[in-house]
Design a protein around this ligand. Sequence first.
Ligand SMILES: NC(=O)c1ccc[n+]([C@@H]2O[C@H](COP(=O)([O-])OP(=O)(O)OC[C@H]3O[C@@H](n4cnc5c(N)ncnc54)[C@H](OP(=O)(O)O)[C@@H]3O)[C@@H](O)[C@H]2O)c1
Length: 281
Amino acid sequence: MKIAVTGSTGQLGQIVVEQLKKRVPAENIVALARDIEKASVLGVEVREFDYNKAENLAGSLKGIDHLLLISGTDFGSRVEQHTNVVNAAKKAGVKWIVYTSLLRSETTSLNLAPEHIATEKVLKESGMAYTLLRHGWYSENYTASIPGALSGGAFLGSAKEGKISSAARADYAEAAAIILCDETHKGKTYELAGDEAYTLSGLAEEITKQSGKNIPYNDIPEQEYANILKNIGLPEVFADALANWDVSASKGDLFDESQQLSKLLGRPTTTIAESVKLALA
Ligand SMILES: NC(=O)c1ccc[n+]([C@@H]2O[C@H](COP(=O)([O-])OP(=O)(O)OC[C@H]3O[C@@H](n4cnc5c(N)ncnc54)[C@H](OP(=O)(O)O)[C@@H]3O)[C@@H](O)[C@H]2O)c1
């Protein structure tokens, strides 16, 4: 049985490969990457795999039984890219695709949803066996702002008092590895998020507690937040997206209390306090 992981050079994909190595022999794992040099450190077979090179994908999937399709990063092109992968998997005889989608993709206000819904539809219509891992927010999305908050003296955002049930990227990666090794998860859809919810004020309090520096949370209007992000050098599209995602957070779109992720893991998810500690280390 061979398991392949797309986006294996990414932050999530690397941990999935590590976690798979704990569960199956390394020779049963294939790292799919557009940059094979970058993937060579993973200690498993590497095959070239660029979502945009539709004609090459089926060849790279030869002999693969289970495939983890990690959603791409080219917003606006992802439906076409993911469709290329699904079509190639079908052609190559892959038996099962596990896809990293978005928490409550069908009802969330997050502007990331349409591409995920469209990919889910492609999977459903492919006739292949599939499993949807609908990911909530990665805690690192927020902890990445800690250095900026410490130097600027405040944590900024537009999420108001919206509750956020994030989990560490490593939690989502471990769950993916668990699922890929167990065919009883075929056909299932999981809404995955952290066990404990927090607000950005709560996160700022945690940063204050752990850093010893007073970091208040300043909630500001979406456009003002986007402009600040642009002024510190973020690309316009990304700055606008980050501010807009906070507005969705304020509406509760990052909140979830189903605890499906910890049930899959068989342990609690990583708390935001632990993620803050890691970010400060
Ligand atoms: N729920 C959340 O909070 C959240 C947060 C961040 C990301 N995400 C989603 O989850 C995915 C994984 O997250 P991550 O943190 O691992 O992101 P990441 O570190 O940016 O990794 C993205 C991976 O996708 C690969 N990739 C991008 N375009 C590709 C293409 N055309 N063909 C083949 N591979 C391609 C990258 O390859 P290279 O190494 O060659 O660049 C990399 O391996 C992201 O792609 C995004 O869709 C979700």
